[in-house]
Design a protein around this ligand. Structure first.
Ligand SMILES: [Zn+2]
Ligand SMILES: [Zn+2]
Length: 253
């Protein structure tokens, strides 16, 4: 189901980006998409192969042994499900901040930030090293929260359209964006996170709910987007934008 949601939503957003782009006249859009999506497809297969059975096992183990915050609370399934969903999004925010703060994690995460033409396909541009590290951390977080497998799947299904949308190159009227970002992370909010200006890169870390950036005092706004430059200054060369250049991003600068 997650794959179906991704294919439909990504195709639709990719098509709409041709019609209503914020940044126009981007060349080699298909090549850029192909490289980003190659990482996405490879990472999805790897996670499926290495981590899906482990995730099921850990989640069932925590349920059978009543291990984890939500099992200790003993609340109704609906209430625990909502709390688990929210707590998992808090974890995503914390993990993203750790990725920016700790040099070892940043070495892998920065590949997501080297994109000079952020669009819907950037939602899948993650270094395999980062995906493995975050999947390992999840194996610890899942039993600590005591998140149910169905809630985890629901979280993933909700996350995909939101991350595709907030990376998109769609021109969204500011009043629409403001109304949506009251609750969720929007394109105008996440674009700031992909800016080359360091203070902006280190802001707007949230994945689904924008509230965590407001609470964590990491929320930043921009009134003007035409002057926004994407990427990282040390990775603008053509060689660092190629597939193998991207693979080498954690190891060279
Ligand atoms: Zn980031
Ligand atoms: Zn991003």
């Amino acid at each position: 189901m997650k794959i179906g949601v991704v294919i439909i939503f990504l195709s639709l957003t990719f098509f709409l980006e041709f019609l209503f782009p914020l940044f126009q006249a981007r060349s080699k859009r298909m090549r850029h998409a192909l490289i980003n999506l190659t990482f996405g497809v490879f990472n999805a297969f790897l996670v499926g192969f290495l981590f899906s059975s482990l995730t099921v096992f850990i989640s069932q183990w925590s349920e059978l042994n009543h291990f984890g915050l939500l099992h200790w609370m003993n609340a109704s399934p609906l209430f625990s499900g909502c709390i688990a969903f929210i707590l998992f999004d808090v974890w995503m925010y914390v993990w993203h901040r750790i990725n920016h703060r700790v040099p070892f994690f940043w070495a892998f995460h920065r590949m997501h930030h080297t994109d000079l033409s952020v669009d819907s396909t950037t939602a899948f541009r993650f270094h395999t090293g980062e995906i493995v590290l975050s999947s390992l951390m999840r194996l610890a977080v899942i039993p600590l929260i005591g998140i149910n497998l169905n809630v985890l799947m629901l979280y993933e299904i909700c996350l995909q359209p939101i991350i595709i949308l907030h990376h998109s190159n769609l021109k969204i009227p500011e009043n629409w964006d403001r109304a949506f970002r009251f609750l969720i992370v929007t394109p105008n909010m996440h674009r700031v996170h992909h800016s080359q200006i360091r203070e902006e890169t280190n802001s707007n870390y949230a994945s689904i709910f924008s509230l965590w950036d407001r609470l964590g005092k990491t929320f930043q706004k921009r009134s003007e987007f035409k002057t926004l430059v994407f990427g990282l200054p040390e990775f603008t060369l053509k060689s660092s934008q190629s597939f193998f250049g991207m693979v080498k991003t954690p190891f060279f600068s």
